[in-house]
Design a protein around this ligand. Structure first.
Ligand SMILES: NC(=O)c1ccc[n+]([C@@H]2O[C@H](COP(=O)([O-])OP(=O)(O)OC[C@H]3O[C@@H](n4cnc5c(N)ncnc54)[C@H](O)[C@@H]3O)[C@@H](O)[C@H]2O)c1
Ligand SMILES: O=P(O)(O)OC[C@@H](O)[C@@H](O)[C@H](O)[C@H](O)CO
Length: 487
C-alpha cells in the first residue's frame, strides 16, 4: 500500500491551485481574542450569513502571539471540524482575513478607526475584563493601573492613539479615540463571553476605564458606541497536537490552527448595530428585545453544570465532561442543580427539552472537553451561575440543595489543593487558610448565603458526601489519551 501524499499547507493560494478558491471579504469586523471559540462561533456565523462576501474579520490575539503567527501564515484560514457523536464534518472558514498579535497596537488602532469597521467582537474570557465585582475597572489590578498610567501619559502628551496598553479594554481606547477624532460612524461592540448582560457589563467597564483617562472620550463612548448583549453557545474545547495531526491526515490539508467543535450552535443578541452587521439571522442567530431569560437559561444550566463538573468530576477522578456526565453521581448532581434552576426560568423557554439536549451534548464522547480547561475562576463563575439560583430558592422558602453541591464541590476542591493555583483570588487564599476554611470559603463566595443557616446545613451535608481527596472510581473514556495542548 502506498503512503498518503503529504498534507498541503492551507493557504488561499493553495486552495485556488486545488480549484477550491475561497472569497476574501473586505474587513468590517474587528475581533479581540482569537481563541478557539470565536472561530467556531462568530466567524462561522459570519461565513454562513447570506451576505458573507461583504464581511471580513481582522483578529487580534488577547495575550499570546502563537495563534496569530500560525493563522497569519495561512492567510487567516482554518479548518473547522464539526464533531458529532457519529462522525466529523470539515470545512475551511474564509472570513477571518488577517490575524495579528494583540500587542500590535498600531494595527489595532488603524482597524478600529477605519470608517468601514462596523462591528467589534470580543472573546477574552471572564477574567480578561479586569473589573471589580461592582463592574467598574479593577483599579487594584496592577495591569489596569499600569494601563491607566500609560494612557494618561499619552493623553497628556502625543495623544491617546500612540499609547501601548496591555489589557484588552485598555487596548480598545486608543482605537476608539482615533475613531472619534476621525469622525468615523458609530460602531457596535459585541462581547461574546459567558457573562450576564455582557453588553451593559462592557459598557460600564469601558466607560469607567475611559473616565480614568480622558473624560471626553468616556462621554463619547457612552453616547456613540453601541453595546450589544449576547448569549453564545457552542462547546469548543482547546485542541491537542494529536488532533492537528489527525485533521491533516483526514483532510489532506496541513492546518496549524484547526478548531474542533460540536454540531450544535446558538446565538442570541440584543442591541443596535448603527453601522450595520452581517445577516447572522440567515444562519439562525436570533435578535431579541430581552436577552435576560436566554442568558439565565444558558448560564444557570449549561455553564453552571460545567462549573459543577469541573470540581465534582475532578474530585471523582474524571478527566472530561463526557466521562463525568456518565458517572451517575455527577449526573444526579447536575439534574438536582437544574431542578433548582428550572423553577426560576420562564416556562416558555422549553427547559425540559433544553435539559435533554444538554445531556446529549455533554455525553458526546467524541468531543474531548477536559474538566481542567473549564476549571478556572470558579469564585466568579459560582457567583454568576449558582448564587443567583440559590438566593431565589431560599427566598421562596426552599432549601437550594441542588445549588449546595457545586458550592460544596468547589470548597472541597479548594481545600484539597486543586483550586485555581497561582490564579487563586486573595479572598480564597485567605479563606482556605482560615481556622474554619469551609465556613470562610462560603462567606468569601457569598456573605448572604453564608448567613443563611439552611444553606450552610445543605453545604455541610453535601461536603460529607464528597471525597476529601480525588479518586478514580469510574471507567475513563477509552478514546481519551492525555494530549499536549495546542495553543
Ligand atoms: N470554548 C467554548 O466552548 C466557549 C463557548 C461559549 C463562550 N465561550 C467564551 O469564550 C471565551 C474564550 O474561549 P476560547 O475557547 O476561545 O478560549 P481560548 O483559550 O482558545 O482563547 C481565549 C482567548 O482569550 C484571550 N485571553 C485570555 N485571557 C485574556 C486576558 N486576560 N486578556 C485578554 N485576552 C485574554 C486569549 O489570548 C485568547 O485569544 C471563554 O472564556 C468564554 O467566555 C467559550
Ligand atoms: O470558562 P467558562 O466556564 O465560561 O467556559 C467553559 C465552558 O463551560 C464553556 O466554554 C462552554 O463550553 C460554552 O459556554 C458552551 O457554549
Amino acid at each position: 500500500m502506498s503512503a498518503a501524499p503529504p498534507a498541503i499547507r492551507l493557504t488561499r493560494a493553495a486552495l485556488r491551485a486545488a480549484g477550491r478558491a475561497v472569497p476574501r471579504p473586505p474587513v468590517r469586523i474587528v475581533h479581540i481574542g482569537v481563541g478557539a471559540f470565536t472561530r467556531a462561533h462568530q466567524t462561522w456565523y459570519t461565513a454562513h450569513a447570506a451576505d458573507a462576501a461583504h464581511w471580513g474579520i481582522v483578529g487580534f490575539t488577547g495575550r499570546r502571539s502563537g495563534t496569530a503567527d500560525r493563522l497569519a501564515a495561512q492567510d487567516g484560514l482554518y479548518m473547522l471540524v464539526e464533531r458529532g457523536p457519529a462522525g466529523d464534518r470539515h470545512e475551511v472558514v474564509p472570513n477571518l482575513v488577517a490575524v495579528h498579535p494583540g500587542d500590535r497596537a498600531d494595527v489595532l488602532t488603524a482597524a478600529l478607526s477605519a470608517p468601514g469597521t462596523a462591528v467589534v467582537t470580543l472573546t477574552i474570557t471572564e477574567s480578561g475584563y479586569r473589573v471589580r465585582p461592582d463592574g467598574g475597572p479593577d483599579l487594584a489590578d496592577p495591569v489596569v493601573r499600569a494601563d491607566i498610567d500609560r494612557l494618561r501619559a499619552a493623553a497628556a502628551g502625543p495623544g491617546l492613539a500612540v499609547a501601548r496598553p496591555v489589557s484588552a479594554l485598555g487596548r480598545l481606547l486608543p482605537g476608539l479615540a482615533a475613531r472619534r477624532q476621525a469622525g468615523a460612524p458609530p460602531v457596535a461592540i459585541v462581547p461574546c463571553d459567558n457573562i450576564p448582560a455582557n453588553g451593559a457589563f462592557l459598557r460600564r467597564a469601558l466607560t469607567g476605564l475611559a473616565a480614568e483617562v480622558a473624560p471626553a472620550l468616556a462621554a463619547w463612548v457612552e453616547r456613540d458606541v453601541a453595546f450589544v448583549s449576547t448569549s453564545v453557545d457552542r462547546i469548543t474545547p482547546r485542541i491537542g497536537e494529536q488532533d492537528v495531526r489527525e485533521i491533516a491526515e483526514a483532510t489532506g490539508w496541513d492546518d496549524a490552527a484547526p478548531v474542533i467543535t460540536e454540531p450544535f450552535a446558538d446565538w442570541v443578541l440584543c442591541g443596535d448595530f448603527p453601522a450595520g452587521r452581517p445577516a447572522w439571522e440567515t444562519r439562525g442567530a436570533r435578535f431579541v428585545g430581552d436577552i435576560a431569560p436566554y442568558e439565565a437559561r444558558k448560564l444557570w444550566t449549561l455553564n453552571a453544570a460545567h462549573t459543577l463538573l469541573a470540581s465534582l468530576g475532578r474530585l471523582r477522578g474524571h478527566r472530561t465532561v463526557a466521562e463525568a456526565i456518565a458517572d451517575p453521581v455527577c449526573r444526579a448532581g447536575v439534574e438536582r442543580l437544574w431542578d433548582d434552576a428550572e423553577r426560576h426560568l420562564p416556562a416558555g423557554l422549553g427547559i425540559p427539552g433544553y435539559r435533554r439536549a444538554l445531556l446529549a451534548r455533554f455525553g458526546n464522547r467524541r468531543i474531548e472537553h477536559p474538566l481542567a480547561q473549564i476549571a478556572a475562576d470558579e469564585l466568579t463563575k459560582l457567583r454568576l451561575r449558582v448564587v443567583p439560583v440559590a438566593e431565589r430558592e431560599l427566598a421562596r422558602g426552599r432549601s437550594a440543595a441542588g445549588c449546595a453541591l457545586p458550592v460544596a464541590a468547589w470548597i472541597a476542591t479548594v481545600t484539597a489543593g486543586q483550586g485555581s493555583g497561582s490564579q487563586e483570588p486573595p479572598e480564597v487564599a485567605r479563606a482556605r487558610t482560615a481556622p474554619s476554611p469551609h465556613t470562610a470559603l462560603l462567606a468569601a463566595l457569598s456573605p448572604d448565603l453564608a448567613a443563611d443557616e439552611r444553606f450552610r446545613r445543605q453545604v455541610a451535608e453535601a461536603l460529607r458526601t464528597l471525597p476529601a481527596t480525588p479518586v478514580r472510581n469510574h471507567a475513563p473514556n477509552p478514546d481519551s489519551a492525555e494530549k499536549g495542548t495546542h495553543r
